[in-house]
Design a protein around this ligand. Structure first.
Ligand code: CTP
Length: 415
């Protein structure tokens, strides 16, 4: 089972009067599809851009407007909404709304509800995704208002550089819904079973340069490693994700370190592991690199080159050696990508690399391994236990692995 921090949560989405309001419908839909119950409050200006019915249709929940303040439940509406919410997200948030929030002014349903949320330790988090023209965003008044809100615990998401309604290309565009969703997910994940655990995840393929335009690499996409980083975050861990080149978006909340070669990955991993509780080594590290790296492009006129190879460091083996000095990481998890003798090879790696767990997969299968979204793995434990998992998504595989890390870490810390 995937631990989804959004499922069963109650999210209040405040939408204010910006052209980005149309994107809030997509955001409300994505939050709903992720399992959250989403109620929406539109400011008066927001209703000029988008109708409450749009939100009711995508969320299946009420979308409130200021007129509801004077309805039958008016005396409790804002208090009730604030108390039941696990999180208040205002996206898009205009400069005016931000100013009102900073001042504690409460003259419409959204600002009343935001005030009723409180700023105590156990108050629901307030996330704000500003959208406005660049000059308004850069204005000292807006910056000061945002500083005040951050000081009180609010999380500000964006805005991004991009095309603005004024025709300018500058900072002021609302962050894309998918990334806002990542922030919401991260905010809600802090209470999971891996809280205060530091997990290092490696992902993707390394690239071993031959000359400025060519390299040796492999077909790994990074998908399984990125899914592991997300699953570890969802369980509340403090996650460092070290990845070879990829177009994937790092999950919001990771300490993301991009590397290129195996040597760079090795240095970054050894450094991060000095204080880590677990290393999940999902990267497909190139075992060999060109022995010589040419600073100039190798010309075909120079004849057919012979590429001599040198061995790359075995990162897991180096981490195991370093563990003797720092006592970290407590738990080591490896992956075995095989095309034959899957289990025998994986068992050999489990032992040789001193691992607690290895996920073996047959990368010659079309529906498992490199680049695809699904994987079929067998988990081999250090105590000899063997578990064959059915074909599942890489997100599900990640959740299964994280589930098995929790007791291993608890055992290590004696809890
Ligand atoms: N690994 C590593 N450093 C390397 C190569 C691999 O840390 N230079 C890690 C991988 O990230 C993986 C595990 O070791 O978690 C097994 O990787 P794999 O490529 O299957 O095995 P190798 O040890 O490289 O052996 P071989 O290529 O001969 O199968």
């Amino acid at each position: 089972m995937i631990h989804n921090p959004l499922s069963q949560t109650k999210i209040l989405l405040g939408v204010t009067g910006s052209i980005a309001a149309y994107k809030a419908a997509d955001l409300a839909s994505k939050l709903t599809q992720s399992g959250a119950q989403v109620k929406v409050i539109l400011s008066d200006a927001a209703t000029k851009f988008i109708s409450p019915l749009t939100f009711q249709s995508v969320t299946g929940q009420p979308a409130y407007v200021d007129a509801d303040l004077w309805g039958a439940q008016a005396h409790v509406l804002h208090i009730g909404l604030a108390h039941e919410a696990d999180l208040l997200l205002i996206a898009p948030a205009t400069a005016h709304t931000i100013a009102k929030l900073a001042q504690g002014s409460a003259d419409d349903l959204l600002s009343l509800t935001a005030l009723a949320l409180g700023t105590d330790e156990d108050s629901a988090p307030l996330l704000i995704a500003p959208a406005m023209d660049a000059g308004m965003f850069g204005h000292a008044a807006t910056q000061e208002n945002l500083r005040v809100l951050v000081e009180r615990g609010a999380v500000i998401i964006g805005p991004e550089q991009g095309h603005l309604a004024s025709g300018l290309v500058a900072k002021g565009r609302m962050t894309e819904p998918l990334e806002i969703l990542g922030h919401v997910r991260y905010q809600l994940s802090g209470r999971g079973p891996l809280r205060s655990r530091k997990i290092v995840v490696t992902a993707g393929a390394t690239q071993e340069p031959l000359d400025p335009v060519r390299y040796l690499s492999n077909r790994a996409s990074g998908k399984q490693g990125f899914a592991l980083a997300q699953a570890a975050l969802d369980a509340g861990a403090d996650v460092t994700l070290i990845s070879g080149p990829t177009h994937l978006l790092a999950p919001v909340g990771t300490n993301y370190i991009q590397v290129r070669s195996a040597e760079e990955m090795s240095a970054a991993t050894l450094q991060a592991c000095q204080t880590a509780h677990a290393l999940l080594m999902a990267a497909a590290v190139a075992d060999f690199r060109p022995a010589q790296h040419s600073n100039q492009k190798i010309k075909k006129s120079a004849g057919l080159p012979t590429i001599e190879l040198a061995r790359n460091p075995d990162i897991l083996a180096a981490v195991k050696d370093q563990r003797a000095k720092f006592g970290h990481p407590k738990v080591l998890v490896g992956f075995a990508a095989e095309t034959k003798d899957l289990l025998a090879n994986a068992r050999g790696k489990l032992k040789a690399k001193g691992l607690d767990l290895i996920a073996a997969n047959d990368v010659s299968a079309a529906d498992a391994g490199f680049a695809v979204d699904t994987n079929r793995i067998t988990l081999l434990h250090a105590d000899g236990q063997q578990e064959e998992l059915p074909l599942m998504s890489k997100a599900e595989v990640a959740a299964e692995i994280i589930k098995r890390i929790i007791p291993l870490l608890d055992k290590e810390s004696g809890s």
